[in-house]
Design a protein around this ligand. Structure first.
Ligand SMILES: Nc1ncnc2c1ncn2[C@@H]1O[C@H](COP(=O)(O)OP(=O)(O)OP(=O)(O)O)[C@@H](O)[C@H]1O
Ligand SMILES: [Mg+2]
Length: 471
């Protein structure tokens, strides 16, 4: 194990890192931070939730010269939520050194961003479209950028951002350092690396499996029509603290969220068609625990770091192995444990094997729980609640009433009534879900060049593409 101290970081960085509660480096940090500090180009691949953000963030912040008021670091991320999250982590790392970090992303008032850009940030974290908009408006000057990070580089490639990234990089000095990070690095990424990087060091954290070992992985073979009832039974039995349910399309996400609410679960959906304000508010409510189930398209699969996500349910099997890795990686982060359940219809079994082949990890088969098992699960939760009240709360006010009740009724009936009251009996309110045919397996996509001067980054004014439209 390496300590941060051994990396020879400045006191300001050491202080910030210790405030963040980090004691030892994670393996990807131990390997890539020294290389980055020597200005080497790095391709970093390590499992989900293993600290890749700080792996590029620490050297990036270390290399910022706060006396220079120009933008020195540029981080590009595929989604708005991720841009915000990464900028928050960089802000923390740079808090003692007083490094100014600014997120810029589509869906936020551009005038406000322009005003913020005038306050001389040292580091910009943005989504490709919005970065280009600002370059075109001449509100973003990148001539002094010495470090560019492409977080989730392979996803940006899938989303067809290659040309955008190429355009952005053409505004950054060529003698820059380029860092590329993701949990998955499919083959085409090498072509990008050749195009954009100088002798990159490939750092792959040695791991037998592509997924972290602390996520228990199960699959359930079920027919499409039965999926929803099985999902609610699993929720009743497993009682996740926070859960993410991934669906195939936006419509599916909307319908699932509504159906879960009908059955009494606190769920909300998130996908690319919602306004930016709505997306952020749903995510905030989820982080605060005001909603316990986030229903999402793959837009929430990458990079999001929400502590307390104990379960991930793939209501629809992911389109490809990479998506599986990222989706289930929303749990089991920073050494915590997690559970991932994947629903597979009989004709999708081949896809399941394909995922297992890529991740080099077998999922355990689980039998769909019965209604009785769901009821037992709910009962167990009720009993746990009851016992926790018995053990932890002051009941003196209620004891008198209890004694009086016991004079007239037998104790078993009384306790049974309490358990019944606390048990959320399985709800079979009918719900309707539209069948969603599987999406085609994704391939690298070429984007048509963005016309200069285009101002909005939304899926609507991009080239229509099946996968983008579906998210
Ligand atoms: N050295 C460390 N010690 C303890 N916690 C850490 C350390 N480094 C990072 N973390 C925490 O681990 C969590 C996961 O980190 P991060 O989001 O960077 O993972 P990631 O590797 O980028 O995952 P993904 O592939 O899903 O994007 C974060 O909450 C982060 O603050
Ligand atoms: Mg990440």
């Amino acid at each position: 194990m390496t300590t941060f101290h051994e990396l020879g970081l400045s006191n300001e960085l050491m202080k910030a890192i210790s405030r963040m509660g980090f004691e030892e480096t994670t393996p990807i940090q131990a390997e890539t931070i020294p290389l980055s500090l020597q200005n080497k180009d790095v391709i970093g691949q390590a499992q989900t939730g293993t600290g890749k953000t700080a792996a590029f963030g620490i050297p990036l912040i270390e290399k910022v010269d706060t006396k220079n008021e120009a933008i020195q670091g540029l981080v590009v991320a595929p989604t708005r939520e991720l841009a915000i999250q990464v900028s928050e982590e960089l802000y923390k790392i740079g808090s003692v050194k007083r490094v100014r970090v600014l997120p810029i992303y589509g869906g936020q008032d551009i005038e406000r961003q322009i005003r913020a850009l005038k306050k001389r940030p040292h580091i910009i974290v943005g989504t490709p479209g919005r970065i280009i908009d600002h370059i075109n408006r001449k509100t973003l000057r990148l001539e002094q950028v010495h470090t560019v990070v492409l977080d989730e580089a392979d996803e940006m490639l899938n989303m067809g951002f290659v040309e955008d990234i190429e355009a952005i990089l053409s505004y950054v000095p060529t003698e820059r350092q380029t860092l590329l990070f993701s949990a998955t690095m499919p083959e085409p990424i090498r072509r990008i690396a050749e195009r954009f990087m100088k002798d990159p060091h490939l750092v792959k954290v040695k791991a037998k499996e592509m997924t972290v070992p602390n996520i228990e992985q199960y699959y359930l073979e079920i027919q499409e029509k039965k999926k929803f009832d099985i999902l609610t039974r699993l929720l009743d039995i497993q009682a996740p603290e926070l859960a993410i349910v991934f669906g195939r399309t936006k419509r599916r996400v909307d319908e699932l969220a509504e159906a879960l609410n009908l059955r009494g679960y606190a769920a909300e959906g998130i996908h690319g068609d919602l306004s930016q304000a709505k997306r952020l508010s749903v995510l905030r409510k989820f982080k605060e625990g005001a909603i316990e189930i986030l229903v999402a398209t793959d837009v929430a699969a990458r990079g999001l770091d929400i502590s307390g996500v104990t379960h991930v349910y793939n209501f629809d099997i992911p389109q490809d192995p990479e998506s599986y890795v990222h989706r289930i990686g929303r749990t089991g982060r920073a050494g915590k444990t997690g559970v991932a359940m994947t629903f597979v219809t009989p004709r999708e079994i081949g896809q399941l094997h394909n995922i297992e082949k890529t991740t080099k990890r077998k999922m355990e088969r689980m039998k769909p729980p019965t209604l009785d098992e769901a009821l037992e699960g709910q009962q167990r939760i009720a009993i746990d609640k009851l016992l926790s009240i018995v053990e932890n709360e002051n009941l003196s006010f209620y004891k008198r009433a209890a004694e009086e009740l016991l004079e007239e009724h037998d104790s078993v009936s009384l306790v049974a009534a309490c358990i019944k009251m606390l048990t959320k009996e399985p709800d079979t309110t009918p719900v309707t879900l539209t069948e969603e045919p599987p999406l085609p397996v994704k391939k690298e996509k070429k984007r048509v060049n963005r016309k200069s001067g285009q101002t909005k980054e939304t899926s609507r004014n991009r080239q229509p593409k099946k996968r983008r439209v579906a998210r």
